[in-house]
Design a protein around this ligand. Structure first.
Ligand code: FEO
Length: 405
């Protein structure tokens, strides 16, 4: 059975929702599912913009067949060939062998690498600024390299103002019937998962996203729809979305807020984290969140670290090093190019306490533009009553920095 939505006039969403996949890219949990978006244009030529993950290919085929209603599929535009979008290309070619594929040269190279058998079909390699007319609609192509793969491009329909934005402006969460940003409460229900999607999937490539945002700014007044490959289609409130992308891609915090991430073996480091949060609240700092790094998937930690201005790392010493899950979180920050944050450190060690120095060294030497406050709280197994002054000093330092920077 088909399941399609009309985007505008002769443009349709023909994608699918996936609630069965547990881990996106086999690493990031997606408890609320994900959508794979593809779009079909019924012009003088029929044009499919991208395909979807192999697991949902049958839904795509039923959607496209329903809308084509016996017509042939003439053109397949591939903006992004990563297998969660490109894996169904070959099935489309089997069903509609006369289809012409339009994509970037690098995309065709990667399709061959992945074993998508595109040769023998008509292929059109396009460059930035090329235009193609399908009848009433003329589209132009804009390169988007490393957003977040090297072959990516976006396609802009000059006729109806639809920007097919590939992974840019995408989000986790299945659409489940709704399609447009104004059919969901994005800022209440979606923003955290949109941030987690961006920061973990695309986050490393902020400078490339900035370049794409610069290109989009040049045509912003012509854009009527932003059609990403995951999540809602945007037809209003572009300023909200672009503002979020500006923050994320420039690694600027969204909120003046404190995240306390703790690694605790027996609850003592956790108790110190709780005591610190209470001290902060007494000082009026209530925009705080606490995470146990051992039971929070690192993708959530990364997403929150992109959001907040201040991070407290509280870690036990383990095998004379940083607790492994905390180390993994730090390594992920490095991999995703996260910078421009202020940190405070809490260390714990029953003998040979090393985690504070090691975290400081990692922040100083492995990451860029990170500030570490001088006040460090050092625990010997557990926070003692006579350390109240030290705890107050740390809370004061965080509060002052939050208010003054
Ligand atoms: Fe949604 Fe980069 O694939």
């Amino acid at each position: 059975m088909h399941c399609v939505r009309n985007v505008t006039e002769d443009l349709y969403w023909v994608g699918a929702n996936d609630h069965r996949l547990a881990l996106f890219e086999n690493i990031h949990p997606i408890p609320r599912g994900v959508s794979y978006n593809a779009y079909l244009l019924l012009d003088e030529q029929t044009v499919l913009f991208d395909t979807i993950d192999w697991s949902e290919c049958r839904q795509l085929l039923e959607n496209v067949q329903f809308l084509l209603n016996g017509r042939d599929l003439d053109v397949l535009v591939i903006n992004h060939m990563e297998p969660d979008h490109g894996a169904s290309i070959e099935e489309i070619l089997l069903r509609w062998p006369k289809v012409k594929i339009i994509s970037t040269p690098k995309s065709f190279m990667l399709m061959r690498q992945f074993g998508f058998h595109v040769d023998g079909h008509e292929l059109l390699e396009v460059q930035e600024g090329d235009q193609v007319t399908f009848g009433k609609h003329t589209v132009t192509f804009i390169n988007a390299p490393m957003v977040h793969w090297p072959e990516a491009m976006v396609t802009f329909d000059l006729t109806n103002g639809a920007l097919f934005s590939a992974d840019a402006f995408g989000s986790f969460i299945a659409l489940d019937g709704k399609l447009f940003n104004d059919e969901v409460q994005f800022d209440r229900d979606w923003i955290d998962e949109a941030r987690r999607y961006y920061t973990n999937i695309v986050g490393k490539y902020g400078p490339h996203v900035q370049k794409l945002l610069g290109k989009a700014a040049g045509i912003l007044d012509q854009i009527k729809y932003i059609c990403p490959l995951h999540g809602p289609v945007w037809r209003s409130d572009f300023g909200y979305l672009i503002d979020k992308y500006q923050h994320w891609s420039s690694y600027e915090p969204e909120d003046k807020a404190v995240m306390i991430a703790y690694a605790s073996m027996y609850g003592n480091t956790e108790a110190a984290a709780q005591a610190l949060a209470a001290k902060l609240a007494e000082r009026g700092v209530t925009n705080t969140v606490l995470y146990d790094v051992s039971n929070t998937h690192v993708s959530y930690l990364i997403s929150e670290t992109f959001r907040v201005s201040h991070v407290v790392l509280a870690s036990v010493t383990y095998n004379l090093g940083i607790y492994p899950v905390m180390k993994n979180y730090l390594e992920d920050m490095k991999a995703l190019n996260l910078h421009n944050r202020t940190f405070a450190l809490v260390e714990n060690g029953s003998w040979a306490c090393r985690s504070g120095d090691l975290m400081q060294k990692f922040l100083d030497e492995e990451l860029k533009c990170m500030t570490v406050l001088n006040e460090r709280l050092s625990l010997s197994s557990a926070l003692r009553e006579d350390q109240d002054d030290e705890l107050n000093a740390l809370a004061d330092a965080i509060t002052d920095d939050l208010k003054n920077n």
